[in-house]
Structure formats: C-alpha cells, structure tokens
Design a protein around this ligand. Structure first.
Ligand code: ATP
Length: 354
C-alpha cells in the first residue's frame, strides 16, 4: 500500500532545508503532491516560499532533506541534479514572452527537439487549451496581460514538465482578473493533468487555484492541507490569524465538553490533557458569530466594513474582548448600537494557553 502511494506522488519533499551563507531560509519542509494535484505556498514576505520553489527547480542547493520528482531523487545529501535535467516548467510574474517571436513560436520554444509535425500538433493543442486558437501568428505586444500570462503558461507546460512551478504568476494583473484567471488556469492544468505548485500572496487566488495549501512562517511549514482545513481546523494560532479573519478569545475548561467563555458556555470536544479550570484560547470566525438582539450576551458594534453581500462587524463584549461577525448586508446596523450576539459554532478550535 505504502509503495503504491509513493508511486502516485509526483512531488515529495522530505525535511528539506535551504540556507544562504549558513543562514537558514527554509527548514525541514515535508510535503507531497499527487500526479495532477495543485499545491500552493502562502505566507508573509520573507518566509521562504520562493526559496523553496527555487530549490525544487534546482536553482538553490539544499542543505538537508530530499526532493523527489515522480519517485526520482533530484536533491539529497549526495547533491542535486542540475535544473535542466529536472524537467521543471516555470512561470514567474516577470517571466516575459519573447517579444520578437509570435505566439506559436513562443509556445514552441521548448520543443525544438521535437519532430516538426509533432511540434505543430502540440502547439495547436495548447492554443486550443488556452482558448487562443486564432492568435498563433500574433505578437505578444498585441495581447492583453491576461492573454500573455496564458501563453506563458502554455509555453511552460508544452514540453510536459514533471512539475510546473508558478511564482506569483498573476500579481501584475488587476484583482478581478486574477481570481478569474486563477480558476481558468486551474481548469487548464487539470485538463492536462499537470502537477503544479504556486506561490502567491493572495489567499483568494490560492483558494481558487489549489487542492492543497501550505502556510509557511520563518522558513518552516506550519500546515499543509485543504483550504477548508486551514480555515476551520488551523494547526496553530499563526495559521488561524494568517488565513481569513477571526478572533482568539480566552475560555476556562468546565469539563470534557464545555468551555466557559465571555459569550457564555460553548460546547465541543476538549482534549483530555486540559483539566477543568485550565484557561485555553479558542478561535471564533466571523461566520460563527450571529447578531441577534434577543440573545443574552450583549455587545456593542464598534466598527463595520461593507463586504458586498455582507457587513463585517466588529463587536466589543462587556469584558473588553472583541469579536467579528459577518451578517447579510440587507440588515444594516449602525456603529454604536448595543445588541445581542450568539454563537453558531460547528466545532471548537482550541489553542493552549500562552
Ligand atoms: P516574498 O513573499 O517577499 O517573495 P518569500 O517568502 O518568497 O518572500 P524568500 O525570497 O524565499 O521569501 O526569502 C526567504 C529568506 O531568505 C529571506 O530572509 C530572504 O532575505 C533570504 N534570501 C532570499 N534570497 C536570498 C539570497 N539570494 N541571498 C541571501 N538571502 C536570501
């Protein structure tokens, strides 16, 4: 069974570390992607996302751990394969197309060793895949930014790389186009069963594009999971704060299933190691908090932000703690209003005390 799983993995990182002049930039990162899966690395500036991508491509030597592509070790204590032997495709933010070559020739750039008829077929197929069949003879400057990025993508996947690395590929495009293009690119990669790993700062882009997301902090991977699990089951406070919005409140363990909080008693599973009386922290997402004037817990609205279909309210409780609540925007409440709030918690996310 273990052997079968290993074979299905297109990318495996096993405790990978990278350092610049002895200073660690990536430390002990382990993750894997199945064939055709799309992963994403998120994290604050300087946390090591690009360094990890460069190590996978072979542009940075690893100082520890192992990288395998389709079961083949490409970097380990014994050294690494040079980038050109790893069969990695890349699309970067500023990875410009060749301005003097038309779109067809840009896409065919990495296919020079292919027989002409086969090369022509592959280019046609890719033009169809990116929905730009009639633009083969056109030059890059005649295309929009989004179209150019689609061509860059077609060029990168043309030689059927083992893995496609995308480093902030949409960041030069405006926000609306970015999310739409992220979804289009996802469909495109899925159709061609390309395994890919994306680096972005934009969480919506990550959610739109990937199957699995990794959150990095100071060179290490904090969590590797689906968007749902990062949002609803964050591994630690860093991930909870980094993904989406929310507040972390204090609560005292009453028994195995109850926590006494500033919003009354909440129920959920409390791990055995926490004795009654133990003070914990728990996560509240804006969608867990319902504004309901009939509710016993009182709070004052101290801020609100329009989010289109909803308002994001910030509320202050009697003990001074603050929570966020996301409510439909057709019921608008003014800042300063005192109201009731209740919880609609599906599960309890607990963190140990400080
Ligand atoms: P950003 O989101 O800003 O692109 P990142 O998460 O991609 O950041 P990296 O560029 O991988 O982060 O950088 C990780 C760390 O390694 C940072 O502390 C950075 O200063 C350092 N670093 C990156 N490249 C080099 C280099 N060529 N030489 C020395 N240090 C470097």
């Amino acid at each position: 069974m273990a052997l079968i799983r290993k074979m299905d993995n297109q990318l495996e990182l096993d405790g990978v570390s990278v350092a610049y002049d002895g200073i660690p930039a990536v430390e002990g990162v382990s993750l894997s992607l199945l064939v055709g899966e799309i992963g994403c690395l998120l994290g604050p500036s300087g946390c090591g996302k690009t360094t990890l991508l460069r190590a996978i491509a072979g542009f940075e030597p690893t100082t520890g751990g192992e990288i395998r592509l389709h079961g083949k070790t490409v970097a380990s204590f014994a050294g690494g394969l040079p980038p050109e032997q790893r069969r990695v495709g890349m699309v970067f933010q500023d990875f410009a197309l060749f301005p003097h070559l038309n779109i067809e020739k840009n896409i065919a750039f990495g296919l020079r060793r292919m027989p002409a008829a086969e090369r022509h077929r592959r280019v046609e197929e890719l033009l169809r895949l990116i929905g730009m069949e009639r633009t083969g003879q056109v030059y890059p400057h005649q295309l929009s930014g989004g179209q150019q990025q689609r061509v860059a993508l077609a060029r990168a996947i043309a030689p059927r790389p083992e893995i496609l690395l995308l480093d902030e590929p949409f960041s030069s495009l405006d926000m609306e186009l970015r999310e739409q293009l992220a979804r289009e690119v996802r469909d495109l990669l899925k159709r061609d069963r390309v395994t890919a790993i994306l680096v972005t700062h934009d969480q919506l882009e990550a959610f739109a594009m990937s199957d699995t997301i990794g959150v990095m902090q100071d060179g290490s991977l904090q969590q590797w999971g689906s968007a749902y699990s990062l949002y609803h089951k964050p591994a630690n406070r860093f991930v909870a704060n980094f993904i989406g919005r929310g507040s972390i409140l204090k609560g005292d363990v009453v028994d195995r299933a109850r926590l006494a909080t500033p919003l009354g008693r909440v129920t959920g599973e409390i791990p055995r190691q926490y004795e009654p009386g133990c003070r914990l922290q728990f996560l509240l997402r804006p969608d867990d908090v319902i504004i309901d004037d009939r509710a016993a817990t009182r709070a004052r609205i101290i801020d609100k932000a329009f989010r289109g279909s909803a308002y994001l309210y910030t509320l202050k409780l009697a003990d001074g703690s603050q929570v966020l609540s996301l409510m439909p925007s057709h019921q608008e409440l003014a800042v300063g209003t005192e109201t009731g709030i209740r919880l609609d918690l599906r599960h309890l996310v607990l963190f140990p005390p400080d």
